[in-house]
Design a protein around this ligand. Sequence first.
Ligand code: 13P
Length: 249
Amino acid sequence: MRSKIVAGNWKMNKNLAETEALLTELAAKLPDTNAEVMVAPTFVNLASAVHSLESSTINAIAQNMHFAESGAYTGEISGDMLVSIGVDTVILGHSERRAYFGETDEILEKKVKAALAKNLRVMFCFGEELADRKSENHFKVVESQIKNALFSLDASAWSSIILAYEPVWAIGTGETASADQAQEMHAFIRKTITEAYNEEIANNVSILYGGSVKPANAEEIFSKPDVDGGLIGGAALVADNFVDIIKAI
Ligand code: 13P
């Protein structure tokens, strides 16, 4: 059975004091839930976040990593470094990494393999741009993003993969995909994985929706059968909002 997940991607927000304050508030207000709750603070505060959350069920995860083992990659972070501070999950392929930092499918395939080789779980993000949806190419775009980065993996690797469908036009815009649009895409993703691998793998992978998820729309989106949770940006930066979204699942 696939698990329910609510993850907060804090992006480039919150300094050290703000990180500690938000984690303390979240840990205190965390509702009873069967869902796995994750937060992804900035790298500079990740080790202290792991430490602060030691007695909490909230999992601190990474926003990115490099594919190389180590070496002359100024400013980059390796999988081994993440593991060494107690991180077990890394977000890869976020649309902001693709758009602003030139991350291609080819680079992402290498990153995914490097992360899995370190026994990290990968939360793999993908999603179409507005022009793709307007031209009705959204299924094709999503299929190729998943296929190019993930379909060379062995079947056994899929137990360490979490998918996050984040249509670019819905990120930070206040415009969310409708629950039906999310469901339609998530079902398509499962069908694509069934064809490439098998139904068991497709049914066991958690597929999160991301893009302007708020307390007001979370319940409807999460009620869809193929939506297993959310990857939350802006609303994850305010404890009460994030807590309400966790309650919605
Ligand atoms: P928003 O929730 O701010 O739209 O961001 C979504 C996102 O990009 C999460 O990774």
